[in-house]
Design a protein around this ligand. Structure first.
Ligand code: PBG
Length: 334
């Protein structure tokens, strides 16, 4: 041992002091993940034999209406505040006019009613976009290869009104057409659904991470071209903030950043800039990456909790995640 220490003492900067024990770490944790931060996206099918595991999302299943009711009961038991319904609709009934999107009897609306009947206190969120009912797989109406904006907004508003009528608590426009939030908000007010909330998919990027979802809803084979004329370029940040500002001004109650993990910078900026209820969607491709690595033994399952806690640190009030039930069960165990 040298007579004088090599490193001079620097007590003021010993940041490891508070990392020493689990108790000290618990006292100084700046963010926490709670079951109350979770929204659980579920897939509901009307296709005979359509239920069961989705190949590119191991562990995630398409559910029948009965299955959706059981999932809702499970969510309520676990304390998850909301589920978000995604329809897997009959491919033979998809049309270019997307008329089924606002049919009160479409599978999405039937699922809303089934869940509200079974578990009235569970919040039900929906997705507003034409893709589940569109022959072309696009979120808007298509004419001569062009995604029409204003005509699509009319159709989307009809779709949203039907969901509100079926009992949805939160409508989630994910279509990225211009003007849809204002149009929807006005129509809801006029129809006596002024209490229905809008969670706008405001900063929604044209992302490759949605691939497994499109398998799950049966849209992959069908999508003609891509969604780059309406979803945001992953290169852009200012544009996403302008979308959020616009949607809040038009009457959105809550806003979303999507995808999640590669876009945490936007989560932080959206929260800091607007202070609105801010959500991230840990999308299907993120789930597939994590779950694939966990199943291969390359990552430990704990990374799931870390991935969700990071959304809280980045400013999100909540996260849509396919892991919601597993994580809720883990959190309940402490
Ligand atoms: C549909 C919609 C998509 C997702 C949610 N709503 C796909 C898309 O925009 O093509 C993706 C969710 C996920 O990947 O988990 N408009």
């Amino acid at each position: 041992m040298p007579a004088t220490p090599i490193v001079a003492p620097f007590p003021a900067a010993r940041l490891r002091r508070l990392r020493r024990t689990p108790a000290l770490r618990a006292l100084t944790a700046e963010h926490r993940l709670s079951v109350q931060n979770l929204i659980w996206p579920i897939f509901v099918t009307e296709v005979a034999g359509g239920e069961g595991e989705i190949a590119s999302m191991p562990g995630v299943e398409r559910l029948t209406l009965d299955g959706a009711q059981r999932a809702a009961e499970r969510a309520a038991r676990l304390g998850i505040p909301a589920v978000c319904i995604f329809p897997h609709s009959d491919p033979d009934l998809k049309t270019d006019g997307c008329e089924r999107a606002w049919d009160p009897e479409n599978i999405g609306n039937r699922a809303i009613r089934a869940i509200k009947d079974a578990v009235p206190d569970l919040a039900v969120m929906t997705d507003i976009a034409l893709d589940p009912y569109n022959a072309s797989g696009h979120d808007g109406l298509v004419r001569d290869g062009v995604i029409l904006n204003d005509e699509s907004v009319e159709a989307l508003v009809r779709m949203g009104l039907a969901q509100a009528e079926a009992g949805a608590d939160i409508l989630g426009p994910s279509d990225m057409m211009d003007g849809r939030i204002g149009a929807l908000r006005g129509a809801l007010e006029r129809a006596g659904h002024g209490d229905v909330a809008i969670l706008s998919y405001a900063a929604k990027y044209a992302s490759g991470f949605y691939g497994p979802f499109r398998d799950a809803v049966g849209a992959s084979g069908r999508l003609v071209g891509d969604k780059k004329t309406y979803q945001i370029d992953p290169a852009n940040r200012d544009e996403a903030l302008r979308c959020v500002a616009r949607d809040l001004a038009e009457g959105a109650d809550m806003v979303m950043v999507k995808p999640g993990m590669p876009y945490l910078d936007l989560c932080r900026e959206v929260k800091d800039s607007f202070g609105a209820p801010t959500y991230a969607y840990q999308v299907s491709g993120e789930y597939a990456m994590i779950e694939g690595a966990v199943r291969a033994g390359w990552l430990k399952p704990e990374v799931v909790l870390e991935s969700l806690l990071c959304f809280r640190r980045a400013g999100c009030d909540g996260i849509l995640t396919y892991y919601a039930p597993q994580v809720a069960a883990l959190l309940a165990q402490g």
